[in-house]
Design a protein around this ligand. Structure first.
Ligand SMILES: Nc1ncnc2c1ncn2[C@@H]1O[C@H](COP(=O)(O)OP(=O)(O)OP(=O)(O)O)[C@@H](O)[C@H]1O
Ligand SMILES: [Mg+2]
Length: 166
């Protein structure tokens, strides 16, 4: 029985392909801008997820990890997208010189790894994805934090993903 009212959904991700499949499922349901925070320890799969999502959204170039650049910008089929990795940020004030005003565009897709390091300097999240280690694979928890994120999560809940667990 699918609980369409839940504000969070969980998935078992046994391998990297499953991480990609979850990202593709999210991309298929995305019809608006979205600010998605990506949480999880080093190597949990945040970049893998972001790369699969951006590729599924029609980014025609190779998606790089923004480990050193901090931010990479892309154009998808229908919106601008930004991928940030704030691991190397010591203080959110360091983000000022990056000129992150464009992140405030409500139609943009904004993906942020290590968002806690940019607290106060980032747009509020519509959703957060928590990735954790589970044996050789990963566990994913997707939580809605705004009405826009909630609608998107509902659409995903109504779609039968191969790895969905109630
Ligand atoms: N569901 C999964 N099961 C097992 N391995 C996975 C899964 N998803 C991704 N991986 C692998 O885990 C590694 C994740 O690396 P990735 O760079 O995506 O992590 P990250 O969370 O972005 O790390 P960092 O915090 O260093 O940026 C990759 O080698 C990828 O192949
Ligand atoms: Mg990463």
């Amino acid at each position: 029985m699918i609980d369409a009212d839940a504000t969070e959904r969980q998935w078992a991700l046994p391998d990297e392909a499953a991480t990609g499949a979850l990202a593709v499922q999210l991309a298929a349901m995305l019809d608006d801008g979205l600010v998605l925070y990506l949480h999880g320890p080093l190597g949990a799969g945040k970049t893998s997820f972001a790369r699969a999502l951006l590729t599924a959204m029609g980014v025609g170039e190779r998606v790089k990890s923004p480990t050193y650049s901090l931010v990479e910008g892309y154009e998808t089929q229908d919106r601008s997208a930004w991928h940030l990795d704030l691991y190397r940020i010591a203080d959110p004030g360091e983000l000022e010189w990056l000129g992150l005003d464009s992140l405030a565009d409500p139609s943009a897709l904004v993906l942020v790894e290590w968002p806690e390091r940019g607290a106060g300097a980032l747009p509020a999240a519509d959703m957060e994805l928590q990735l954790s280690y589970a044996g050789d694979g990963r566990h994913a928890l997707l939580r809605a934090l705004s009405s826009r994120g909630y609608r998107l999560l509902q659409r995903m809940a109504l779609m039968r993903g191969p790895h969905a667990s109630p």
